[in-house]
Write a protein that binds this ligand. Structure first.
Ligand code: SF4
Ligand code: SF4
Length: 307
């Protein structure tokens, strides 16, 4: 037996937005097919399952004309039992994402890179809900996302968009991850920082800059490396010692003026965790773990991550 309905009727019946019903249909969680006169058709047992899910009795509506050809097509299909909230995508962080997203576009409006390469966060969420995993994997768009979080802030349905981006990134073969990020992660794991700066060079540079600072404007300043018991442990973006070492003096001056107790670790001082950005959870954990070890080793109370 077939059940015939309009999206607006179904939405009213189950107390959800019309878009939610369309999302269920598009995502395949509601196995219905377009029927005649802007109506949809589904097997009655699927409608019954939906009612059970919502703890309500099926509503018997007078059925209008049902196209028998369409019915046969539907009945021939091997339709899986209806399970609300399920999706075939490996990227969906929360199973309710497809049901919860209102397709309002607030995320797309808030995103600074909306429209670049023809995509935006709303489309990415839709693609995930529709199970377009291969297209998402091959798309460069998730790699253009800055993970700024503006989309999530704007989303009225609390969809975890950043988690989705990370999942998409994390699913890529590692040698297909954009070169600099991939190399940065490897370098950090092997040599302690994203640019592979040797420990001795880093310590020498910091001490040298400290002496310059003492001569220039901060009498008595000495770069605090591995100071046990310092209040603040500061991590460093490897770009600074590599390309703009003088920039470090600016925040050192602030600490000096404030009389702060702080230190930099001589090892594993990298503050930019590209495991986070590349969706590589294992790498991310290792880098975070090293910082935690430094905090413990040096007995610091506060961690400062300038990134
Ligand atoms: S803001 Fe949230 S609910 Fe609206 S389209 Fe984006 S993900 Fe969906
Ligand atoms: S986190 Fe990514 S998708 Fe969201 S607003 Fe920022 S750039 Fe756009």
């Amino acid at each position: 037996m077939m059940y015939e309905f309009k999206v607006s009727e179904m939405a009213e019946e189950f107390g959800v937005h019309r878009n939610t019903i369309r999302n269920w249909i598009n995502a395949g969680t509601l196995p219905a097919k377009e029927g005649p006169g802007r109506k949809y058709l589904m097997k009655f047992q699927d409608y019954q399952a939906l009612c059970d899910k919502f703890g309500r009795e099926p509503l018997v509506r007078p059925s209008s004309h049902v196209d028998l050809k369409t019915v046969k097509q539907i009945e021939k299909q091997d339709v899986e039992p209806l399970v609300l909230g399920e999706t075939s995508s490996q990227f969906v962080v929360d199973a309710s994402m497809g049901d919860a997203c209102l397709t309002c576009g607030s995320c797309a409006s808030a995103c600074p890179i909306s429209g670049v390469s023809g995509l935006d966060p709303r489309k990415i969420v839709r693609m995930a809900v529709l199970g377009m995993d291969q297209e998402l994997l091959e798309s460069t768009w998730p790699w253009k996302c800055t993970m700024c979080g503006k989309c999530e802030e704007a989303c009225p349905a609390n969809i975890q968009i950043i988690g989705l981006m990370r999942k998409i990134r994390g699913a890529r073969e590692r040698d297909l991850v954009p070169g600099p990020i991939h190399k940065g992660v490897q370098m950090c794991l092997e040599r302690g920082n994203n640019l592979g700066i040797p420990k001795d060079d880093f310590v020498f540079l910091c001490e040298d800059l400290g002496e310059e600072l003492a001569e220039e404007s901060c009498p008595g300043f000495k770069t605090p490396i591995d100071v046990n018991g310092a209040r603040v442990l500061v991590t460093v973006n490897s770009k600074e010692p590599f390309a703009e070492p003088d920039d470090m003096k600016w925040w050192w001056k602030i600490f000096y003026s404030a009389g702060e107790s702080w230190t930099i670790s001589s090892e594993h001082w990298e503050g930019v965790n590209w495991g986070l950005f590349s969706g590589d959870d294992d790498a991310m954990k290792i880098v975070v773990g090293r910082i935690v070890d430094n905090m413990r080793r040096l007995n610091c109370k506060i961690l400062l991550l300038p990134e």
